[in-house]
Design a protein around this ligand. Sequence first.
Ligand code: FES
Length: 151
Amino acid sequence: MFGKKTDKMKRTQFLHTVTGGIAAACVSCLAAACSSSEAPTPASPPGQVPISNAFTVNLNSELRGINEFISKNGIILIRLATGDVPSSFLAVSSVCPHAGATVDYLSTKSSFVCLAHGSTFSSDGSLLTGPAAQGLTKLVVQIVGTTLTVK
Ligand code: FES
């Protein structure tokens, strides 16, 4: 009888040891997951659009009129002038530099607004009012023939 009780205590001690070890292992895993050396790398450098977001436009059928725009893949592309040359277009990231909300283009006012906290941006994407601390990220427009590509 005494020996049986001792066996039960040993099992209890064993269970405490095992569960304590598992808990310690979980804490170690969580600490490793939160360490700065394991921080995720951004998909692309700041100010650059990931290749998957780049898109093309057929200038024979799209963006024919001044102030027409396309908002797509986190990019706002606007025709500013006639002529199918890069300087006739503005492409900016629609990601607000304040906290990452999506910025809208107000074609009637030729300006941008972020409704999340009220930042406004001029027709060229420069900052007008905060809380954002900088303007919208401008992107590269290339035109080959009648195909416009935002990069
Ligand atoms: S996220 Fe745009 S103003 Fe805050």
